[in-house]
Design a protein. Structure first.
Length: 753
């Protein structure tokens, strides 16, 4: 099968005709920033291509002169004449994006089952119910994507956990993408250019995760003039500044965000102190007509402190901090009219540290307990686009990743009045792994039929153990009656990194561990199909189904935790787990008029099975919501005022609750008895949020934006978690619910200059 695939690609290469080829970049005329996914069409042949993730296109024309129509959402269509065999820059003029245009827009490619693309222009035109636009909140409104629990901005896609999502920021992996309690994401929308979510037909250039790919592209920065914005809201204060280093050739972009007010004290104990920040920096330079150089950097950190008041006989202070640091150098090179090369060297580091200080005065003693966990990557990869023809593009490449895992390391330091000091270090074994990969894929579109066939090879080497995998990918579509598109896909995925952790109130507790001689990599196989039909003008209906199997899943053994102690972390987990996820996703979208929006429904099931859990029987996954509805409406009163409303419904999530509680006569403790895993369900989740966005422009062209919003309009008490408690004077334990957000108004202000 693999040999046939490569022979087919070589056949396409040698059969490529000798047409004239025009290459170029599509850019914003005001800022000279690249435009991703712009449509470039040869009007004489009625054939077209899209710009890639770096704004680049290569189109073959049939004559010595042709007219190219270039279009992109939010921009006026531009017509360019070309004689072929030349490199051009297409500058597009912005036009006011009215609310009657599509909000979350899927750019139709060769085979794009389960693919949604969101531009920064679209995100910012959605008034946010949280007072600040959040990328992951927008993604959660798409079918097949679950948010988990109240206040959770993690993504749970098609029966997968949040670590099974490959999240990229300018081609660099981010392992943690949420701030405190998963309430908001780390993505500052002012720094975002384009976002693509893939949850169905995975192209071979992506790998390493089972459930989805979220590819986020940062803005390059304005090459023409200095501009920026300053915003303040209840969640954060943020700023963005961009401008040219050398006009037309190089630019910078800097953004920063920091939490403004201690509003988290409204939801948690007043003894809590919390801070977070994130920052983005990007530099780019046009080295020549063939070469572009980019440097990008991201840093984000959360810090939370809990403690007692000073002066007490017994005091403690618990400090926790976690975050990401990443950076990349990227080189785009046009090797020829048909070959485009992108090479990246990247670094990323996720860390989670805690420090607990306990002090007593009678007797005098001091104890400090430090815990550290981290994962650090160094990588180099290269991707090559070969434009065989307008209908055929081959992509291939490969790379090397050096993973360094620190699963857990504890340092305990004690002193007392007798001047006795102890310093103890307990740690799981650090692991280093080398991952190498190669991929190739062929995209072909002929008439009404299109397909994408590819394969990915990878080898994960650690502790003298090699995990080699072959991942075939194929998807295709056919257009019927000139408008209805039928698509189908099969994908095989492999994941060598595992996540262990707990979900506590506001604590991330994510610990990444490596596949090794005892723990095999996770694998999945997904079958999906799609029917898309513009049922009548201004409306589009999408029906999609999937069936996914997963093997080599892991889970904690009952009664264990990840705190460092004697033994190996491998002894604390169940391995060889299997999973099944299946579902149907339906989306009806209105794309034009002053009233736009969508309604979607997801009917799904996700189950797990381990030999030593739940008597070896299948049980519901933690995020197995069988039914979900999302409703979004946007209404434009005028160019200045727009209104939004979102309503979300989800059936109850699985939860493990005790069936019996009894007292132990030996130590007067209470012991809970459980009948199985996830045998109960939380209350259903639903919430209505509304927002009003007001824009006003000054005489000097500066823009004022006010965002007024209300979270949970009808004050629904959705469950955040459950707990058992016995009231004073009673013997029976009762189940109680902790809620997070009730009725909550919010306002934010942004000044753009």
């Amino acid at each position: 099968m693999t040999k046939i695939f490569f022979l087919f690609m070589l056949f396409n290469v040698f059969c490529a005709n000798a047409q004239n080829v025009t290459t170029g970049y599509v850019m914003d005329s005001q800022t000279h920033e690249i435009l991703i996914g712009a449509n470039v069409i040869d009007t004489s042949a009625n054939q077209g291509v899209f710009t890639n993730q770096y704004g680049y296109f290569s189109i073959q024309i049939n004559s010595d002169a042709a007219l190219l129509n270039v279009s992109h959402l939010g921009y006026a269509t531009t017509t360019i004449s070309t004689n072929g065999n030349e490199h051009i820059t297409v500058l597009m003029n912005r036009q006011e994006l009215h609310i009657d245009e599509i909000v979350v827009h899927s750019r139709r490619r060769t085979s794009d089952i389960g693919m949604n693309t969101i531009s920064s222009v679209e995100i910012k035109n959605i008034p946010s119910p949280t007072g600040e636009t959040d990328l992951l909140r927008v993604v959660q409104l798409l079918p097949g994507v679950k948010s988990g629990f109240e206040g959770n901005s993690n993504l749970f896609v098609r029966g997968g956990t949040h670590d099974q999502n490959l999240i990229l920021l300018d081609d660099v992996v981010l392992y943690n993408v949420t701030h405190f309690g998963n309430i908001i994401s780390v993505f500052n929308t002012d720094a975002i250019n384009d976002v693509t979510l893939i949850k169905g037909a995975f192209p071979s250039r992506y790998g390493g995760r089972l459930s989805s790919v979220l590819d986020v592209r940062m803005r390059d920065g304005n090459k023409e003039k200095i501009q920026g914005s300053i915003g303040i809201g209840l969640l954060s204060t943020k700023g963005m500044l961009e401008g040219p280093i050398e006009k037309h050739k190089s630019s910078y972009m800097f953004s920063f965000r920091h939490n403004t007010f201690p509003i988290f004290k409204l939801f948690f104990d007043n003894g809590l102190s919390y801070r977070y920040y994130d920052a983005n920096i990007k530099l780019n330079r046009k080295m020549s007509e063939r070469d572009y150089l980019y440097i990008s950097f991201y840093a984000g950190r959360d810090k939370m402190t809990l403690g007692t008041e000073k002066g007490l006989m017994s005091q403690y202070q618990n400090e926790m901090f976690w975050g990401n640091v990443s950076g990349a150098v990227r080189w785009n090179h046009r090797l020829s009219q048909k070959l485009f090369v992108n090479t990246i060297a990247a670094y990323t580091n996720y860390f989670y540290n805690t420090q607990l200080d306990a002090k007593t005065t009678q007797p005098e003693s001091v104890t400090r307990h430090d815990f550290k966990s981290a994962i650090r990557d160094l990588s180099v990869k290269s991707n090559i686009d070969f434009h065989v023809s307008n209908a055929n593009k081959i992509q291939f490449g490969g790379g090397v990743i050096n993973h360094h895992f620190t699963p857990g390391r504890s340092n305990i330091f004690q002193t007392n009045s007798s001047v006795v000091k102890t310093d103890t270090v307990i740690a799981y074994q650090n692991t280093q792994a080398i991952k190498t990969f190669l991929y190739a894929e062929n995209q072909l579109k002929t008439g009404i039929i299109g397909f994408n066939a590819g394969v990915r090879f990878s080898n994960f080497s650690t502790q003298k153990k090699n995990h080699f995998s072959i991942e075939p990918r194929i998807s295709g579509n056919i257009t019927l009656w000139k408008r209805t598109i039928l698509s189908a896909a099969f994908t095989a995925m492999t994941q060598h990194i595992h996540l262990l952790g707990y979900s506590g109130v506001g604590l991330p507790s994510d610990f990444f561990v490596s596949s090794d001689a005892r723990v095999a990599p996770q694998k999945s196989r997904q079958y999906s199909f799609n029917i898309t039909d513009p049922i009548f003008a201004g409306f589009e209906l999408t029906f999609e189904g999937y069936y996914k199997t997963m093997i080599n899943l892991i889970a904690f053994k009952p009664g264990t935790d990840f705190g460092v102690s004697s033994g190996l972390w491998q002894d604390k987990i169940e391995t060889d787990g299997t999973g099944i996820a299946k579902g149907i996703e339906i989306m009806l979208r209105k794309t034009s008029g002053t009233l736009t929006g969508w309604v979607n429904a997801t009917f799904s099931q996700s189950e797990r099975k381990f030999a030593n859990l739940n008597n070896g029987e299948f049980f519901p996954c933690k995020y197995d919501r069988r039914v979900e509805f999302n409703f979004l409406v946007l209404y434009a009163f005028s160019e200045k005022f727009s209104f939004s409303a979102t309503w979300v419904f989800g059936s109850g999530s699985p939860v493990t609750l005790p069936s019996l509680a009894y007292a132990s006569l030996e130590d007067n403790a209470v012991i809970f008895s459980y009948e199985g895993v996830n045998t109960s369900r939380m209350r259903s989740y639903h919430r209505l949020d509304v927002g009003l966005l007001y824009k006003s422009e000054t005489k000097r062209g500066k823009l004022n934006e006010w965002n007024f919003s209300i979270i949970n309009v009808y004050n629904r008490k959705n469950p955040y978690y459950y707990y058992m408690q016995r009231s004073h004077g009673e013997n029976a334990y009762k189940l109680y619910q902790q809620s997070l957000f009730g009725f909550f108004p919010s306002v934010s202000y942004t000044f753009r200059f």
